[in-house]
Ligand binder design. Structure first.
Ligand SMILES: [Zn+2]
Length: 346
C-alpha cells in the first residue's frame, strides 16, 4: 500500500518493502518494453568495466564554502543575502574558468502579492560545445523552519546548511576541477532560485515550488522552438541535500521513471569508485527541480538524501553536515562527467 502525503509541499510516497518491490518489478517491465523518446542513453552496464576516474575533490574546501555561505545568513529568494550569495558564486565560477550568465525572472510574493526579483545562475565550461549536460542545485533557502513543531523554534533563522548551501558549495568545489577534467561534454553548473519560496505547509495558498527550474525549462524550450540554441542538453543531474552526515542516496522513483538509464549510469559509476552512500534501492518519491527539466525534454535525475533528520528544521546547520559526504558526491559526479559517453537518443 502506498500513501502520498504532503510534507511541506514535497509529495512523498512512502513505499513499504512490498510496494518498493512491486515498483522495482514494474520499472523493470517498463524498461524492457518502453524507452521514452527523450530518454538518456548512456553506456550502461555493458561498459561498466570502463574506468571511472573522479576529480581530486577536496571535501574540506567544499565544507569551507558551505560555512561561508551559511555565514551570509538565510538566503530567501528575493533577499539581499540571496543576491550576495549569487554574486559570490558567480565570481568563483568566473575565476574557475566559466562563462557565467544570470537568467533573471520575476515572481509574486506569496504573502503580500509584491514582486520578487529572482535569478538563476548558469556557469558554462566549454561553451562552444553543442552536446551539453547540466548539474543543478537550488540556492535559495526556505523562509522558515516549518518542520519544527514549537512556534519558538519555527521563528529561529533557517540557514539551510544542507538544504541549500551544500549543493552550492559542492558545485563551487566541482568548478575548481572542470577546466582540467577530461569530459567530452559542455558542462553547465546551474544555481536555481526560488525552489521553495513557500510559507507554511500549504503550498497552494502560501507559495510555489521550483520557480527557478521552471523558468530555466521555459526559456530552454522557447529557444529550442525558435530554432535556437544550437546546443542541446543530453542529461541533467539535480543535487539536493547531499551534505548531511550518514549520507543515504537511494534511487528516487521519479528519476527512475523519467531517466532510468541515467540513474543506472550514475549509480554504476558510484559502485565503481566505491561511493557507499549511493544505495541501489528505490527511495521515496520526491518532487524537485528535476521534474521541470524532464518536462523540457532533458532526461534528469535527483540525487537526494531525504533521510536527513534536520530537513526544514532550525538545526539544518553546518555542524550537521560532513566534508566526506560532499566529497563523495563530488567524486561520483566528476567521474560520471569524465566517463566516455555516446550521444543520447532523442
Ligand atoms: Zn527544502
Amino acid at each position: 500500500m502506498e500513501t502520498v502525503e504532503p510534507v511541506g509541499g514535497w509529495r512523498i510516497r512512502k513505499s513499504g518493502l512490498v510496494g518498493g518491490l512491486i515498483l522495482a518489478a514494474g520499472l523493470l517491465a517498463v524498461g524492457a518494453f518502453f524507452i521514452p523518446a527523450s530518454s538518456w542513453v548512456g553506456l550502461g552496464e555493458a561498459n561498466a568495466a570502463m574506468a571511472a576516474t573522479p576529480a581530486p575533490i577536496d571535501g574540506k574546501r567544499a565544507f569551507g564554502y558551505l560555512e561561508t555561505i551559511c555565514a551570509i545568513g538565510p538566503r530567501i529568494a528575493g533577499s539581499e543575502a540571496n543576491a550576495k550569495q549569487r554574486q559570490m558564486a558567480a565570481e568563483h565560477f568566473r575565476a574557475a574558468g566559466a562563462k557565467v550568465r544570470e537568467q533573471a525572472f520575476e515572481g509574486v510574493h506569496p504573502l503580500d502579492g509584491g514582486k520578487v526579483q529572482m535569478a538563476n545562475l548558469i556557469a558554462s565550461w566549454h561553451p562552444e560545445r553543442t552536446r551539453r549536460v547540466l548539474i543543478g542545485v537550488h540556492y535559495d533557502t526556505r523562509p522558515h523552519a516549518d518542520e519544527e513543531t514549537a512556534p519558538a523554534r519555527q521563528r529561529l533563522p533557517f540557514l539551510g546548511a544542507n538544504d541549500g548551501a551544500a549543493g552550492v558549495a559542492l558545485l563551487m568545489e566541482i568548478a575548481n576541477h572542470l577546466t582540467d577534467l577530461k569530459t567530452s561534454w559542455g558542462v553547465d553548473l546551474v544555481l536555481f532560485d526560488g525552489e521553495e519560496l513557500v510559507y507554511g505547509r500549504h503550498p497552494n495558498t502560501q507559495g510555489q515550488y521550483f520557480l527557478g527550474s521552471k523558468e530555466f525549462a521555459r526559456a530552454y524550450v522557447e529557444e529550442q522552438d525558435r530554432g535556437k540554441p544550437d546546443y542541446q542538453y543530453e542529461a541533467g543531474i539535480v543535487l539536493d541535500m547531499i551534505g548531511g552526515k550518514d549520507l543515504h542516496l537511494p534511487q528516487e522513483p521519479n528519476s527512475l521513471n523519467l531517466a532510468y538509464n541515467l540513474v543506472r549510469d550514475v549509480w554504476s559509476v558510484a559502485r565503481q569508485i566505491n561511493a557507499r552512500s549511493f544505495k541501489v534501492k528505490v527511495g521515496r518519491e520526491v518532487m524537485d527541480d528535476h521534474l521541470a527539466l524532464n518536462n523540457a525534454g532533458i532526461p534528469s535525475i535527483d540525487i537526494i538524501d531525504f533521510d536527513y533528520p534536520f530537513w526544514h528544521k532550525a538545526d539544518d546547520l553546518p555542524k550537521n553536515c560532513s566534508a566526506d559526504s560532499l566529497a563523495e558526491v563530488g567524486r561520483v559526479v566528476t567521474a560520471w562527467l569524465a566517463r566516455p559517453q555516446r550521444r543520447g537518443r532523442r
